[in-house]
Design a protein around this ligand. Structure first.
Ligand code: MSP
Length: 542
């Protein structure tokens, strides 16, 4: 990570995943969030943003992880050392380009968390008392009496998540969350774009308006966590060892990943910040909105630290219509998916199939349908038809003069030129499905254009016209492929390799403003016989 002293707005981009609990193996839900972040990181690098930082990692403290370690009869240290690797490995396997992988058990994180704690305490937002109430280990959340009910077997559970809760009574530090109600409401009213999608924004506004209570932020009943700073521990009346509430520790990872506190400095309003932090975007699942959109912002306000730029909450995947859960035994293994369909196909499917922000259903039939229509039939076929004709008939086509272009050519080219702006607009708001739909529209327009122009009929009669048509098609195919790079890096690389295109040329900033790609001036001829990049998926029998 490099920090330039001259912060030019637009030079920085910071994208974060939630950090994953290391209580189990990763499933597609986890992979999905990281994939979304990877696409954004890759896109912004491609666009020429100089300092892109993509952070992911693991949430290793808390009772949930401690319990999982105990079940395996392992120490928490040995258990987390082992399990966190599953998430690191998945990142590699999925071709994610995270710049860092944070573990909350790292020393740098302990330091950052204790520093934030001290800032909040110094500013008078923490006090000691006794927590008497419900706690859910599964959700790692405190619940009020109103949020808890008893089931027919006499067990208590949270009414929203269904997670079992237990009664806890212990000395605890409390954070004066209630004191931030007005500031949070004011902030959200003035920044209605901060939290997307809109329904989440409305829910958070309702939650804050309903009143905020002090939040218990330290635990004494178990020890797997970050110890409070010495001075805070000394104040404990029970003389118990307090550890930080796992969510306070976990949320701080977003600052640790940027080298907090060493790399932060006060802005004109006196809040700590840095150029990456100014551009921070947190991508999270819908179940953890309250922690991010309310608690996290309040912690930052209390510590006089600038707020991130935006939070986007995506929906949840179900498996063939059913909630994905370990107890139902229906988690979907990302490795198995990649083995079955190929990496890029899976990357494409996950972001194409459902509206980012809404829930969606995973089914093998939907996956096969998507891959065979969008990728094999539409995009793959278009590429294969055009590349084969170029290879067979006219390697090294020259850019046609404007007078050689018909109104149909110009109309199709215009669609290609407008594509950058459309995709950029969608991705700047993390709306992946519309970005992909915009690209697919040009793919479909390309297939219509080639069918109408029928260049294969012109080979003998009008070879020059045939070349112009192929040039027009290639121009748009390269734009399409270019914008597909963040989604399907490997397949796109293969396409560019077919033309021996140098990676250095492939910076979107080189092309952003230009009328045509004019990639032909960089292109050498197609050296090897083109082969289908996206073969049709055929279910194996038996
Ligand atoms: N450790 C916390 C996050 C702390 S961030 C400071 C946590 N971890 S988690 O491993 O339980 O979940 C991580 C992410 O995976 C969450 O954003 C969650 O929404 C997402 N998903 C888990 N199951 C999912 C689906 N079935 N579908 C989509 N995403 C899901 O929460």
């Amino acid at each position: 990570m490099s920090l330039s002293p001259t912060n030019t707005k637009g030079d920085y981009y910071y994208i974060t995943t939630p950090i994953y609990y290391v209580n189990d193996k990763p499933h597609i839900g986890h992979m999905y969030t990281s994939l979304a972040c990877d696409v954004l990181a890759r896109y912004n690098r491609l666009k020429g943003i100089k300092h892109v930082h993509f952070l992911t990692g693991t949430d290793e403290h808390g009772q949930k992880v401690a319990k999982a370690a105990q079940q395996k009869e392992m120490s928490c240290e040995a258990f987390t050392d082992q399990i966190h690797k599953n998430f690191r490995d998945l990142s590699k396997h999925m071709n994610f380009t995270n710049d860092d992988f944070i573990r909350t058990t790292q020393e740098r994180h302990k330091r950052a968390s204790q520093y934030l704690w001290n800032r909040i305490e110094e500013r008078g937002y923490l006090y000691l008392d006794t927590y008497k109430g419900w706690y859910s280990i599964r959700d790692e959340a405190f619940y009020t009496v109103k949020e808890v009910e008893k089931d027919s077997q006499g067990n208590f559970f949270n009414t929203v998540t269904g997670a079992p809760v237990e009664w806890v009574e212990e000395e605890s530090y409390f954070f004066k969350l209630n004191e931030f109600q007005d500031n949070l409401l004011k902030f959200y009213k003035n920044n209605s774009d901060f939290l997307a999608p809109e329904h989440q924004y409305n829910e958070v506004m309702n939650f804050i308006s309903g009143g905020l209570l002090p939040l218990s932020v330290s635990r004494t009943g178990f020890q797997w966590g970050i110890a409070l700073p010495e001075e805070s521990l000394k104040k404990s009346l029970s003389k118990k060892n307090h550890i930080m509430y796992v969510w306070m520790d976990a949320l701080t990872n977003y600052l640790t990943g940027l080298g907090f506190p060493d790399t932060f400095y006060p802005n004109s309003a006196g809040q700590l910040t840095n150029p990456y932090w100014e551009e921070a975007i947190h991508i999270i699942g819908k179940d953890i909105v309250r922690f991010h959109a309310v608690y996290w912002l309040a912690f930052l306000m209390a510590g006089n630290i600038a707020l991130p730029k935006r939070i986007f909450s995506h929906g949840w995947w179900t498996n063939e219509g059913k909630k994905i859960s370990k107890s139902l035994g229906n988690t979907i293994d990302p490795y198995a998916l990649v083995d079955k369909y190929s990496l890029d196909a899976v990357r494409f499917f996950m972001l194409r199939e459902i509206v980012f922000g809404a829930d969606g259903n995973f089914s093998h039939s939907a996956c096969v349908r998507r891959l065979n229509t969008d990728l094999a039939n539409d995009y793959g076929n278009l590429c294969q038809r055009v590349f084969s004709m170029i290879y067979n008939h006219c390697n090294n086509i020259e850019t046609p003069s404007d007078s050689q272009l018909t109104s149909e050519d110009l109309q199709f080219l215009k669609q290609g030129q407008e594509l950058f702006g459309r995709v950029d607009h969608s991705l700047s708001q993390q709306i992946f499905h519309t970005a992909l739909e915009s690209i697919m529209q040009i793919v479909r327009a390309g297939n219509i254009y080639i069918d109408i122009q029928a260049p294969w009929k012109l080979h003998n009669s009008h070879p020059q016209r045939m070349k112009t048509i192929l040039w027009v098609l290639l121009e748009n195919i390269l734009k399409i492929t270019y914008l597909f790079i963040p989604f399907m890096p490997h397949a796109c690389e293969k396409i560019f390799q077919l033309f021996s295109l140098d990676e250095k040329i492939l910076s979107l900033s080189n092309f952003w403003e230009k009328k045509y790609f004019y990639l032909f001036s960089y292109l050498s001829s197609i050296k090897e016989k083109p082969y289908p990049i996206f073969p049709k998926y055929i279910e194996k029998k038996g």
